[in-house]
Design a protein around this ligand. Structure first.
Ligand code: NI
Ligand code: MN
Length: 224
């Protein structure tokens, strides 16, 4: 599985010829290097409707004739702009042609009336990725290494604080989820969410045995 960081909370994920993008905030993102016009995907997953996540989702979905996946009210917002959507909700899981998507809780606002923010556990041809979305720390994250899911290959966790978990909260989340690899996100896009990913790496790798922290620059890819 190839994972490319778009900057902020945006990730492109590819495995066995299927590509998806999560939270494609590229236009107006001060750290993004990827142009939305260059994105080729079959699915667009959006954790919530704040502009730094919903971003270019509608334009990318339309250009690629891709399916937009989110919680129901956020999906309805995209549908109202002419996009084919697959609405889901917190706790739901569905088998797509590429594998499953489970919608997880995110303690955050949705950006749309009556809606919910979420995270996703995506099983893409047998490799499991967890995108936390924007969330504070909550103890049910332990269920991602136990009763709900297990063996997460890569977790994408916010570390920037203010709107989400802090670096230290994300260190605790990592110890609960116990992914093979964790990639920090949602930091240093603006001064308000400044965080040092090297400090996160040092602290996680000293207290969660078996988890590697990979720091990606916007535009950079890694193979899992
Ligand atoms: Ni948000
Ligand atoms: Mn955000």
């Amino acid at each position: 599985m190839k994972v490319t960081y778009g900057g902020h909370a945006c990730f492109l994920v590819e495995n066995h010829g299927t590509s998806l993008i999560i939270d494609p905030f590229l236009t107006g993102n001060p750290v993004a290097t990827i142009k939305p016009e260059s994105v080729k995907v079959s699915y667009v997953l959006v954790t919530h409707a704040h502009e730094d996540h919903f971003g270019d989702a509608v334009a990318i979905a339309k250009r690629n004739d891709a399916t937009f996946i989110s919680t129901f009210e956020v999906a309805q917002l995209a549908a109202s702009q002419g996009v084919r959507v697959h609405g889901m909700h917190i706790g739901g899981k569905y088998a797509f042609p590429f594998g499953t998507v489970r919608v997880t809780l995110a303690l955050h606002g949705s950006g749309v009336a009556g809606g919910h923010a979420c995270g996703f556990v995506v099983d893409l041809f047998g490799q499991k990725l967890y995108h936390a979305g924007d969330t504070g720390l909550y103890s049910d994250l332990k269920l991602l290494n136990g009763d709900l899911e297990r063996d997460i290959d890569v977790a994408l966790l916010p570390i920037g604080g203010n709107y989400t978990m802090t670096l230290d909260d994300a260190r605790v989340a990592t110890s609960w989820v116990r992914p093979r690899i964790v990639i920090p996100m949602h930091y240093n896009t603006w001064p308000l969410i400044a965080a040092d990913p090297q400090e996160f790496k040092a602290r996680v790798e000293s207290d969660t045995a078996g988890t590697e922290v990979r720091i990606l620059k916007p535009g950079e890819s890694t193979e899992l």
